[in-house]
Write a protein that binds this ligand. Structure first.
Ligand code: PEP
Ligand code: MN
Length: 379
């Protein structure tokens, strides 16, 4: 059961205190508070976990500070969209805003290799007005003999370069709980020149201990990739692990599914699921066209297949793009063949903006009063 409190209810208010005291007296019920920060207001939601079947919605709605009560029967208690009036989650990380309505592009290196390449990448991003990037320091590789990433050693100089070029947020994969501490320590040591979005990769979607660790901390948002060989439901339950630990600053990323039916793409592109994830959950949705398509093939219309796939995700309303670029792909230590070139960054961004705006226009065409859907609550 979810209690939605009156907007902007302060935890110090007498109503809130009276409510919490009442909930504490309910037998076999645990109350967990989640705050949903929107552009206009902060919504507090209290999730009642345990034996809620004996509670009546009408009685709970009478409690102080309670605006609405939703009985949750489905899974995904925290991340799920349980009724049409629930807005999508919105949050900010170091000045970067995430929601189910806007768009952020994280172009960058699949794997950090040299300071020169990182600097060239960040310089290009700044020149194009970008303030987010991707930088892999801990790489999960199929072969134990393949380059495993530079790990903690590269963090200080990557963060300092980010600060130098105005990069506010770096998506960085972690494969072990320790990496979260290493990132936190390196950010502290360098004086927080930038911030990190923890990325949990497709090989770790069901690494439940890692999910719990990333969910226990709330200062860093989490980009969770869909598992490449499990159902969507299983991957969304993985996102629920993060949220149930207390971190709802989550973006869910589609990155293609592992099956030869997707050949000649590296993975079978699953971006038709963008609106599905937005319907089932309140999470912003990311697409990763690089790891989906996996090559620099160009269609006869002159457009790279990675760029086509990006457009397919964005026209369906994706809110974030994670995409591999490299200043010298032939020298990249990981995934060079799928990296876009720095001289392609401008075109990529222009195309992405055009398609995202077109999605907004499509939404307006379809937003008759009778057709308003759950994602139409904000504009
Ligand atoms: C990555 O983004 O660098 C990566 C390894 O992706 P995935 O987990 O989707 O394979
Ligand atoms: Mn990669």
């Amino acid at each position: 059961m979810i209690l939605i409190l009156e907007p902007n209810t302060s935890p110090d208010s007498p109503e809130h205190r009276a409510l919490m005291a009442h909930l504490a007296r309910l037998p076999n019920i645990q109350a967990r508070t989640h705050q949903v920060r929107g552009a206009q207001q902060t919504l507090t939601e209290i999730y009642l976990i345990g034996d809620t079947s004996s509670l009546s919605v009408e009685d709970m709605a009478q409690l102080p500070a309670v605006d609405r009560v939703i009985r949750v029967s489905e899974e995904y208690r925290v991340i799920g969209r349980h009724d049409d009036q629930q807005p999508g989650f919105e949050f900010e990380a170091n000045g970067v805003r995430f929601s189910q309505d806007n768009l952020n592009i994280f172009a960058g290196l699949c794997a950090v290799d040299t300071p020169e390449h990182v600097e060239a990448m960040m310089q290009a991003l700044q020149a194009h007005g970008q303030f987010c990037t991707r930088m892999g320091a801990y790489k999960p590789r199929t072969s134990p003999y393949a380059f495993q990433g530079l790990g903690r050693d590269c963090l200080p100089w990557v963060f300092e370069l980010a600060g130098k070029y105005g990069i506010r947020l770096i998506a960085m994969e972690v494969t072990h709980e320790n990496h979260i501490d290493e990132i936190r320590e390196a950010l502290e040591k360098t004086g927080h020149p930038t911030a990190v979005m923890l990325q949990i990769g497709t090989r770790n979607t069901q690494n439940f201990e890692l999910l719990k660790a990333a969910g226990r901390q709330t200062e860093m948002p989490v980009l969770l990739k869909r598992g490449f060989g499990i159902t969507l439901e299983e991957s969304l339950n993985a996102a629920e692990y993060l949220a149930s630990e207390g971190n709802t600053r989550i973006v869910f990323c589609l990155r293609g599914m592992k099956t030869h039916l997707g050949d000649p793409h590296r993975n079978f592109v699953d971006f038709a699921h963008v609106p599905v994830v937005k319907r089932l959950t309140r999470l912003p949705v990311c697409i990763d066209p690089s790891h989906s398509v996996g090559s620099r093939q160009r269609a006869p219309d002159g457009i790279l297949e990675i760029v086509h796939a990006t457009a397919q995700g964005l026209i369906a309303g994706a809110n974030m793009v994670l995409v591999d670029f490299h200043p010298a792909p032939e020298k990249a230590l990981v995934d060079g063949p799928q990296a876009l070139l720095l001289e392609e960054l401008g075109t990529f961004l222009e195309d992405a903006r055009l398609v995202h705006e077109t999605w907004h226009r499509r939404r307006a065409i379809h937003a008759g009063p009778a057709k308003r859907g759950p994602t139409d609550t904000t504009q």
